[in-house]
Design a protein around this ligand. Structure first.
Ligand SMILES: [Fe+2]
Ligand SMILES: [Fe+2]
Length: 372
C-alpha cells in the first residue's frame, strides 16, 4: 500500500509507502526545460514491494517507467536499491548515478557496468543539466551511514534529498508527510542505531551548511519530510547527540562511575556491617548459572560484565541474600546514597516510592517470593 504521489516542491514528488512504524520515501524530480521537454530522475527507488505503486505513479506523472532517465542511489541497502534491476528492465535509457563504493555492491544485482555513472567522475559538485538548464549538486554524506553515501540537492526546489541522513522511524502519529516536534524521537532513535559516530554526522551537517543557497527542505528516505525552522533545529540537535560508537563509549564512562560508587559502598559496608560485607563478597565471587557478573580483586569491583543497569540489579539481589531481612531497608538507604553521590541511578526497585496501597504491597511481597 502506498499513498498518492505528492508534490513537495517545484516538480519534486514523494511516494510514501504506508507502513506505520517505518516506511520508505521514494522521490521523483522532473527537470522541465523551456520547451516543455523533461529529464526525469528517481531517487532511491525502493524495493520490489514498491514496484506496482511506483509503476502507476510514474505512468500518471511521466508517461511510464520507460521515461526515467536517471536513477540516483544514496547507497546500496535493500530498502533503497533492490528495485533497480526491475526498473532498468523497463527503462532502457536510464543510467544509475551513484558513488563507486555503492556501485561495487549494487552491481551484484546483475546490472551491467555500462549502466553506471560514477558520481566521482564529475569534475565539480555543482552540475548543470544541459538539456533544461537546472542546477543539481551531489553532496557526500560520508559514513552517514555508509562510506560512499551521497545526498542530492535540487537547486530549483531547494530540496535536499538526504538518503538515510535525517531519516527516522515514525513517532509522529496521524496522517501527513511533514515533520513536527513529535518526529524528533524517531529521528534520534534511527541515528543512534544506524549512524556510526557523532563526528560523521557533524561532517555531513557541515557540508549541508556550506550549500548555497541553503536547503529549505530536507527529504530523507524514511520518516517525515523536514521543512521550515525544523531544518536548522534538527541539524543542530543531530550534530550534538551521541550515536553508534559514541553510545558505546558513554557506557564505558557510566561503568567507571559505577565502579567508584560500588567500591565506596563496599568500603562503608565493611566498616559498619563486616559480616554482611564478607558474605556479599563471597556471593559476588561465586559463579551463578552463567558466570560471575563482577570481577572482584581484594574487596574491589574492577569490572562488570553486563550493562551497568543489569549489573546493579544483580548487585542488589546479592546484597539482599547476604543480609537478614530486617537490615534490608537500612542497607537500601545506604546503597542508594552511595550510588546517587556518584551520579549513578539506583535500580528501579529502590528508586520506586513506597506504595501506599495495601493490595500493591501484598502483590510486591508475592512477587518477591516468586523471583527470590
Ligand atoms: Fe541504509
Ligand atoms: Fe534506508
Amino acid at each position: 500500500m502506498h499513498g498518492e504521489l505528492q508534490e513537495i516542491g517545484e516538480e519534486f514528488y514523494l511516494l510514501r509507502s504506508e507502513e506505520e512504524d517505518f516506511h520508505r520515501n521514494i522521490y521523483i524530480k522532473r527537470f522541465v526545460g523551456p520547451d516543455g521537454d523533461s529529464l526525469n530522475m528517481i531517487m532511491d527507488p525502493g524495493t520490489p514491494l514498491d514496484y506496482p505503486a511506483l509503476s502507476k505513479a510514474l505512468k500518471d506523472l511521466i508517461g511510464g517507467i520507460r521515461n526515467l532517465h536517471i536513477i540516483f542511489l544514496s547507497h546500496q541497502d535493500p530498502d533503497v536499491s533492490s528495485n533497480v534491476g526491475a526498473i532498468l528492465a523497463s527503462a532502457p535509457r536510464a543510467l544509475v548515478f551513484t558513488s563507486i563504493d555503492t556501485w561495487r555492491l549494487v552491481k551484484m544485482y546483475g546490472i551491467p557496468e555500462n549502466k553506471f555513472k560514477p558520481i566521482e567522475s564529475f569534475k565539480r559538485e555543482l552540475l548543470k543539466v544541459k538539456r533544461t538548464g537546472h542546477w543539481i549538486q551531489f553532496v557526500p554524506a560520508r559514513y552517514c551511514h555508509f562510506r560512499g553515501a551521497m545526498m542530492l540537492y535540487d537547486h530549483e526546489s531547494r530540496i535536499l534529498f538526504s538518503g538515510d541522513f535525517m531519516a527516522g522511524v515514525n513517532t509522529r502519529k496521524g496522517p501527513g508527510i511533514y515533520a513536527t516536534e513529535e518526529s524528533w524521537e524517531g529521528i534520534s532513535l534511527f541515528h543512534q542505531i544506524y549512524m556510526p559516530s557523532k563526528k560523521a554526522i557533524q561532517r555531513t551537517v557541515d557540508r549541508i551548511g556550506m550549500l548555497n543557497p541553503l536547503p529549505q527542505v530536507i527529504a530523507p528516505q524514511h520518516g517525515d519530510v523536514v521543512k521550515g525552522e525544523l531544518v536548522d533545529e534538527f541539524l543542530h540537535r543531530l550534530s550534538s547527540m551521541d550515536v553508534g560508537l559514541d553510545t558505546e563509549e558513554s557506557i564505558e564512562a557510566e561503568k567507571e562511575n559505577l565502579y567508584v560508587a560500588l567500591n565506596s559502598f563496599l568500603d562503608m559496608l565493611k566498616l559498619t556491617y563486616p559480616a554482611v560485607h564478607s558474605k556479599l563478597i563471597s556471593t559476588l565471587t561465586t559463579a551463578g548459572e552463567f558466570t560471575t557478573v563482577f570481577k572482584i580483586v581484594g574487596d574491589n569491583v574492577l569490572e562488570v560484565k553486563l550493562l551497568p543497569k543489569t549489573a546493579l540489579e544483580h548487585f542488589w539481589k546479592a546484597m539482599k541474600s547476604s543480609a537478614e531481612a530486617d537490615l534490608h531497608e537500612e542497607l537500601a538507604g545506604l546503597f542508594v546514597n552511595s550510588l546517587r553521590s556518584f551520579g549513578v541511578e539506583p535500580p528501579p526497585e529502590l528508586s520506586r516510592p513506597a506504595p501506599e496501597d495495601k493490595t500493591l504491597t501484598t502483590e510486591m511481597v508475592n512477587l518477591d517470593k516468586i523471583f527470590g
